[in-house]
Write a protein that binds this ligand. Structure first.
Ligand code: HEC
Length: 116
């Protein structure tokens, strides 16, 4: 029984890994479930934190005066280690730690990529 469950989990995991679209859909759920939605808008309607609209691939100015391209690596790092790089105009630590796994962070990144 345990083996079957594990096999099933592996199968589901493999399916998810194979499909960016599926990952993005899971990412959208995480966006609400993990509270990202209370600070990050998907449009310009509120601005507690930077909006996710058009974020992927954009040039982000940081508080140390440098700028980075918001590619997958940057987004992943920003989610997993919120204090690693701080967006210009925001105080360090204004994004709380979230305890997401690497896989969940990737799903959120896939979701952010769909927000053009
Ligand atoms: C309490 C408000 C708050 C919550 C909740 C929050 N964030 Fe943030 N987030 C911020 C702020 C403020 C910044 C900008 C400052 C910084 O860079 O740390 C930010 C920055 C980011 C960035 C970099 C954005 C950019 O424009 O470069 C990403 C990606 C991000 N957050 C993802 C998430 C995810 C995913 C969640 C949910 C698990 C989340 N955040 C939850 C406040 C929040």
């Amino acid at each position: 029984m345990k083996k079957i469950v594990l096999l099933l989990l592996f199968f589901v995991g493999a399916l998810v890994a194979c499909s960016d679209r599926k990952a993005a859909a899971i990412g959208e759920n995480l966006y609400f479930e993990r509270g990202c939605a209370s600070c990050h808008a998907r449009d310009d309607s509120y601005s507690v934190a930077p909006s996710w609209k058009g974020l992927y691939g954009s040039e982000v100015r940081l508080n140390d005066g440098s700028s980075v391209t918001a590619d997958e690596a940057y987004l992943l790092e920003s989610i997993l280690v919120p204090t690693a790089k701080i967006v210009e105009g925001y105080a360090p630590g204004s994004m709380p730690p979230n305890g997401l796994t690497q896989a969940e962070a990737k799903q959120l990144v896939e979701y952010i990529k769909t927000l053009r």
